[in-house]
Design a protein around this ligand. Structure first.
Ligand code: UD1
Length: 448
């Protein structure tokens, strides 16, 4: 078994090239756009791959920064990660040598905490950085940690790191979450696959990415089943084997492009889109008067009504799946600026996902932030080009949508945030006729 070697580790933010999107808005988008593989599925499969020493192969992996960060984090602990072709990754973790996940990885990406369950379960110990730390605000992982303790691990928290040990195997048990957590469910599930005995996880997240992970784990020889919509049961195995998997399409990317088609008054078709995973969002589009038609894995969006004021206000509320995803709330908010009447937005999952809406006001929107979880959007307001700074991934994509719908030129700083989760976003928009360019403007710290 490999050594866990704690050492004093100094965090130095890495420098990234600072880039801007320049967008000349007001062009209706037309054509077809292929939907990439799901970020939130692919990242968890990479974590699952370290449950075995055998080689795992993934296709339809999105070419995005978060995937590159996860690949790099795995390489740093001694895992072999090959990238033999675009969108294809192979992972072999026969020789994990360093059971330590540093702050550098955690600060770049919260999903690095997904390594806790598999490393602990397979190797019996791990030292892993708190992805929240004190540096990037309150982003708790208490549910993950408690789930591991319930499975029999001992976990201490010192100097920003969790020191987790589980001599022998983890023990199957009942894990009761106080509320639904996507990665909490997934971490518990991964840990339980190698535990001794039967684990019941409840309430378990119902996101399609969790089910895709179950499909992959089953191919690895794990015994994992969703026995009720909110319950996952796992019977632990001594060993798992290597497996191959084609990652499901990204429903959030699909929703983002759907809004782009609508707010620019265009006509676009999303190909390879996960229509079945998008019911709540497609329902909002329907209520807003956007014509959206699903046929197999194609979704046709007709936004031509926008100019005639055909879009209607809608009240939206985010919720765990099958509710409206929080990740699609910000693109949907851009759509609601183009709807007649007053819409209300209730962001029920996170506390920091409405603040960016004030940037939309500077582009001509009329939005009132009532508190951290509620806003009203009065429409329809024409949008005009502006300069804006991207604060996070989903808000960044949404600023691009607003700029595409706006009259005139916009300069959107902080393009690297969007690269975290959208494959070739500017090329995909350009292929739909958008006037968009990505230009270099200097270097900044990656943690900014
Ligand atoms: C995942 C997704 C993210 C999505 C979110 C909700 C990935 C990589 N990320 O994040 O894109 O927006 O689901 O659909 O899959 N919480 C705690 N303690 C914990 C864990 C979570 O209090 O230990 C809270 C969170 O602050 C939040 C709520 O629980 O308020 C739900 O978060 P969770 O479902 O865990 O989100 P993630 O899995 O981190």
């Amino acid at each position: 078994m490999a050594d866990a070697r704690p050492f004093h580790w100094e965090f130095t933010p890495e420098e990234v090239t600072r880039e801007v999107f320049k967008i000349e808005g007001g062009v209706p988008l037309h054509g077809e756009v292929p939907i990439s593989g799901s970020k939130n599925a692919a990242l968890k499969m990479f974590a699952a791959a370290i449950l075995t020493g055998e080689r795992c192969r993934f296709t339809n992996v999105p070419e995005i920064e978060d995937v590159r960060v996860m690949a790099e984090t795995l390489r740093d602990i001694g895992v072999v990660v090959d990238h033999p072709a675009p969108n294809v990754y192979e992972i072999a973790s026969g020789d994990v040598e360093w059971l330590f996940v540093p702050l550098e990885a955690a600060a770049k990406m919260r999903a690095s905490f997904m390594l806790l369950g598999p490393l602990l379960s397979r190797f019996g110990r791990v030292i892993i950085s708190n992805p929240g730390g004190d540096r990037i605000g309150r982003r708790p992982v208490d549910l993950h940690v408690e789930a591991m303790r319930t499975l029999g691990a001992t976990i201490e928290y010192r100097n920003g790191y969790y020191f987790a040990t589980a001599p022998g195997r983890l023990r199957g048990t009942e894990i009761r979450f106080p509320f639904v957590s996507v990665m909490g469910t997934e971490n518990a599930m991964l840990a339980a696959t190698l535990a001794d005995g039967h684990t019941v996880i409840r309430p378990a997240a119902q996101e399609p990415e969790v089910d895709d992970l179950i499909v992959f784990l089953t191919k690895m020889g794990a015994e994992v089943q969703r026995t009720y919509p909110d319950t996952i049961e796992v019977v632990g195995k001594r060993r798992l084997r290597g497996a191959e998997h084609h990652v499901i399409p990204d429903r959030i990317e699909a929703g983002t492009f759907a809004v782009a088609g609508a707010v620019t008054g265009g006509q676009i078709t999303l190909t390879g889109a996960p229509c079945d995973h998008m019911t709540a969002f497609l329902d909002v589009l329907g209520r807003a008067g956007v014509l959206a038609t699903c046929a197999g894995d194609r979704i046709a969006i007709d936004g031509r009504g926008v100019a005639d004021g055909a879009f209607r206000a809608v009240d939206i509320e985010t919720a765990p799946y099958p509710g409206l995803p929080t990740d699609i709330q910000s693109p949907t908010s851009v759509l609601l600026t183009q709807a007649q009447g007053t819409s209300t937005v209730h962001e029920a999952i996170f506390e920091d996902r409405l603040e960016w809406l004030t940037d939309l006001n500077r582009m001509g929107a009329s939005i009132d932030l009532l508190d951290k979880h509620h806003a009203t959007i009065k429409g329809r307001t024409p949008l005009h080009g502006a300069e804006a700074e991207i604060g996070d991934l989903r808000a960044g994509a949404s600023l691009i949508l607003a700029a595409l719908a706006a009259d005139g030129e916009s300069t959107i700083h902080g393009a690297h945030h969007v690269e975290r989760g959208y494959e070739n976003i500017e090329r995909k928009f350009a292929d739909l006729g958008a006037r968009i360019a990505r230009l270099e403007e200097g270097t900044v710290s990656s943690s900014s």
